[in-house]
Design a binder for this molecule. Sequence first.
Ligand SMILES: C[S@@+](CC[C@H](N)C(=O)[O-])C[C@H]1O[C@@H](n2cnc3c(N)ncnc32)[C@H](O)[C@@H]1O
Length: 254
Amino acid sequence: MFENSSKMTLTTQDDACSLQDFSSLSEAELRALDTSLQAQDSPRWDAFYQDRAKPIPFFGEQPDESLAAWLDDGHFPVNRGRALDLGCGNARNAIHLARSGFQVEALDYSAQAIAWARERVAASGTEVTLRQGDFFELALPEGAYDLVYDSGCFHHIAPHRRAGYVARVLRALKPGGHFGLCSFRPEGGSGFSDAEVYARHSLGGGLGYSEAQLRALWSPALQLRELRQMRKPAADSGRFGETFLWVMLGQKQA
Ligand SMILES: C[S@@+](CC[C@H](N)C(=O)[O-])C[C@H]1O[C@@H](n2cnc3c(N)ncnc32)[C@H](O)[C@@H]1O
């Protein structure tokens, strides 16, 4: 057991599948936890994107193998509709979605990432509406998106913001809309439990999730169409993939 303030007492969980429940905390208490963590900070991500030549796998132009496969395999309607890419980075997936016919909005709270995305979108000849800001603070239309996509953002969301993240994604989706996710498996993340995050004041580079945890978070509200380990495609495939990631596709009830 450990304490974050005189009012907040968070309990550790022995069961590896259970996730801490923060539902009783007020917005002020959630903000206090934001402040206590070295996370949720756009300056850190700005520094990360300063050097675009770094050998970071997702600094390339290739879309996720899973997203490309879902598009090719007919998971989405022919009349694509509206898509939102959360934590879009350099827009590699947003551009692929636009090429496939979606009307795409993409957001990221790093100004550096959005500047890079702007250049890449212009060079690609596609149209993507880019917004800089925090997913938790930007006003988003409700029930508007046929697809919400997140590659690598969710595992950087702090445990106390997790439920809010899920709720915002669900609110943004149209009935029948899809949510696509690419997120750390246990071996891909820091290995920190929720309790350790607050003890260490850090997510340690991102949180790994078990299959059971992903199902517990998403399957009550979404019909899971696919949940599998990401594949590592051949170098010349034009697709991105790493085996330490999960890919998940869920659909909101129509
Ligand atoms: C691992 S990177 C992935 C970037 C991109 N999706 C890709 O796969 O190439 C995670 C991204 O999420 C963004 N991010 C993290 N938390 C965010 C938040 N609360 N609101 C908006 N963007 C966020 C970061 O700035 C970063 O660009």
